[in-house]
Design a protein around this ligand. Structure first.
Ligand code: SF4
Ligand code: SF4
Length: 410
């Protein structure tokens, strides 16, 4: 038997953790694992992919498992961009250029219908019964009628539907939240980039005034009305704000919001490059947030779904894309809801595979070669360049499983 090359092992506070990225399995032990293993441990190690027969070609198994992960799902996921208009003018907005180059558009009834027809046909083609729709924009709450229409149309299909909304949170008052709740929409992702001074310098109305207090009041009022509404607070972290994030978390805890919210932290994508100083700060902040009792959404511990046929974005004009960061960039468009066929660009994006060098990385089953969008941003004349954030992923895994161990122990 041999130890899988896709294992990642570490110890912390006299506990030993073993993670296998291909099978996404974790084994937590009080003693260090040493060969020869006790029979029971050996069986567990084999069953969970940590140990395998000497003759097995691991790389081919890994490639096959990654393929299976991307190409088998019981759920079709789609982001629908119901408008490209936005009520804010945030200086760092990644959609700003595409928005300022195009006139504001709002999905109308006809486009909502076409989008739902395309989605139901896609679900049938893939033989799935579940669909998860993320409503976004621009600012989706600038087009509530389209959100309601899409929800109503999907309800008439045979599909099991779940929905969430990515919003800047400014228009999400209790009235709107109640209205959308009637359509089973009860999950929101809102960005807050720091305490008020920092957030207001980054997330502004068009007249330059800040949005912090409006967003926080909206969340507090919604919680008073219905604590079943889920909020994920996304925090975009970079050199400008990382020192201040703890102040935001302290405030949220003071308001007793730590159990009501989940926190999701990302490094702001600017040039595609990983910034180790920012990433190590994020790790420290997440660790602190977890110790303070916040729920952490470990979104970064997921592979990119661009290469999956179960994952799409539909833009306001019906154009289809494979990555939210590429929406509106015509050269990456893979089709339109009015046409049954996807273009050759679709096949090109679907054919993206982990870099060959990644197949020797013990985290390839988790990371699958990283984010292709970051690689595009990081390209040179000789082509796209790999962007590897392995240290960061390792640190996140350690935090995630430390929490699991704490929960198991309590
Ligand atoms: S990008 Fe880095 S962490 Fe991801 S699979 Fe490749 S080598 Fe591993
Ligand atoms: S390419 Fe990057 S930004 Fe786009 S879907 Fe994949 S992980 Fe997300």
């Amino acid at each position: 038997m041999k130890w899988s090359k896709y294992n990642f092992s570490w110890s912390q506070d006299e506990t030993f953790f073993h993670y296998n990225s291909i099978y996404n399995t974790i084994l937590i032990t009080e003693k260090e694992l040493q060969m020869p293993f006790e029979t029971e441990i050996q069986a567990q190690l084999e069953e969970n992919g940590f140990l395998l027969a000497d003759e097995i070609q691991e790389e081919s198994v890994a490639k096959q498992k990654i393929e299976e992960k991307l190409h088998s799902s019981d759920t079709l996921s789609c982001w629908i961009f119901v408008t490209n208009d936005c009520n804010l003018a945030c200086p760092y907005c990644f959609e700003k250029d595409s928005l300022s180059n195009s006139r504001p558009e709002y999905m109308d009834k006809e486009m909502c219908e076409r989008t739902v027809i395309w989605l139901t046909a896609k679900a049938r083609e893939l033989n799935v019964k579940k669909i998860h729709v993320t409503l976004t924009g621009g600012e989706p709450l600038m087009n509530v009628p389209a959100m309601e229409m899409i929800a109503a149309l999907l309800r008439k299909t045979e599909l099991i539907v779940t929905m969430n909304v990515i919003t800047n949170g400014v228009l999400l008052d209790r009235t709107i939240a109640k209205q959308l709740y009637q359509h089973n929409i009860s999950s929101y992702q809102i960005t807050i980039d720091g305490p008020s001074k920092i957030h207001d310098a980054r997330r502004q109305y068009k007249d330059g005034s800040g949005t912090f207090s409006t967003i926080l009041n909206n969340i507090l009022k919604i919680r008073q009305w219905n604590n079943q509404i889920c909020f994920v607070i996304r925090i975009n972290v970079d050199q400008q704000n990382y020192k201040e994030i703890i102040k935001l978390l302290t405030l949220l805890k003071k308001l007793q919001l730590e159990k009501f919210l989940a926190i999701c932290m990302n490094d702001t994508i600017t040039d595609g490059m990983p910034h180790p100083d920012v990433l190590s700060e994020i790790v420290k902040i997440i660790s602190q947030a977890q110790a303070d009792g916040f729920n952490i959404a470990f979104g970064e511990l997921n592979n990119c779904w661009m290469m999956s046929e179960y994952w799409y974005m539909v833009n306001v004009n019906g154009d289809i894309y494979k990555c939210p960061s590429l929406v509106g960039r015509k050269q990456y468009c893979v089709g339109n809801v009015e046409s049954k066929k996807l273009t050759s660009q679709y096949q090109e994006q679907m054919n993206l595979a982990p870099w060959e060098s990644c197949m020797n990385c013990n985290l390839v089953g988790l990371c699958c070669g990283g984010c292709p969008y970051r690689c595009i941003l990081n390209s040179t004349q000789s082509g796209h360049k790999k962007v590897c954030r392995k240290d960061y992923l390792e640190a996140l895994l350690k935090i995630k499983y430390k929490e699991l161990e704490n929960k198991m122990g309590s």
